[in-house]
Design a protein around this ligand. Structure first.
Ligand code: ZN
Ligand code: ZN
Length: 266
């Protein structure tokens, strides 16, 4: 099975899963390598879960597990860095301080509010709320250089009123194009995040229209991740990804080691 490059464990504020269980499950699915990418969301709103972890301890625990499981699976140490426009410099500094294999840059907030919080959608037209999210995400992606791939670009759709509808493309194609062009020009990539299937979207994040557009613009780097917070979600719907990516002209998907991309046949 494809290497899962978006996995959470109990180092994330929204998971209680022992990293060992994620590793064991990945081995049972026949994955040759995985990357654990726990949430590091600085300046997340007070009152929500804490999405900041102790990075020294993270590396200590995961390095021990990498050693223990070597020969059975290659364990990579990554992070899902929560982007906000004002955090660009802090995050660039943070990822230089630690030898991460892979960094996902994900927007989980717009104007400091999580779309999973009902206040995000209150007192504003839904289209405006979505547009505002994309504007902030665009600003974050253009300002930061800390990331290797942009995580779940249309994350905001997971909690809108009709998640299965085509709400991002082509309506916000200007903003999305701006993000994709920047990503490609700077040698970065996107991810195909299969949690979209579980979130009522019926498609991965981002929507296949955005993946197709990324390829049209010349994008080649694409990782595959389940965003699993529990072992049962590892590799979720990965069997649907091959046809989807191949239909847009991808022949390879990407894994990272030491922040360097490597291409694997789909
Ligand atoms: Zn995320
Ligand atoms: Zn995630």
């Amino acid at each position: 099975m494809y290497s899962d490059y978006h996995l959470h464990t109990s180092f994330s504020g929204d998971s209680v899963t022992d990293p060992r269980l994620q590793i064991e499950k990945a081995i049972s699915l026949g994955m040759e390598e995985i990357c654990i990418t726990d949430h590091q969301d600085f300046d997340f709103p007070i009152g929500d879960s804490c999405f900041v972890f102790d990075t020294d301890r993270y590396f200590k625990v995961l390095r021990e597990l990498r050693e223990e499981y070597s020969g059975r699976i290659k364990l990579h140490i990554g992070v899902e860095a929560g982007l906000q426009p004002h955090l660009a410099e802090v995050l660039d500094w943070y990822v230089r301080m630690y030898p991460f294999d892979y960094v996902i840059g994900s927007s989980h907030l717009s104007r400091g509010i999580d779309p999973y919080d009902e206040h995000f959608w209150e007192g504003i037209d839904e289209d405006e709320a979505i547009e505002r999210f994309f504007i902030d995400e665009r600003d974050s992606l253009l300002a930061a250089s800390c990331y290797d791939t942009a995580g779940h670009i249309d994350f905001v759709l997971r909690t809108c009123s009709a998640p299965g509808e085509k709400k991002a493309w082509p309506k916000y194609s200007d903003l999305i194009d701006e993000m994709l062009r920047h990503i490609i020009e700077h040698g970065k990539g996107i991810e195909c995040n299969t949690a979209g299937f579980r979130s009522g979207l019926g498609f991965p994040n981002p929507h296949p229209d955005i993946i197709r557009r990324y390829r049209e613009l010349g994008g080649e780097i694409i990782t595959i991740g389940s965003d699993a917070h529990v072992p049962g979600h590892i590799g979720y719907n990965f069997e649907l990804i091959k046809d989807l990516l191949e239909s847009y002209g991808f022949r390879y998907y990407t894994v990272f080691s030491g922040r360097k991309p490597e291409f694997k046949r789909l």
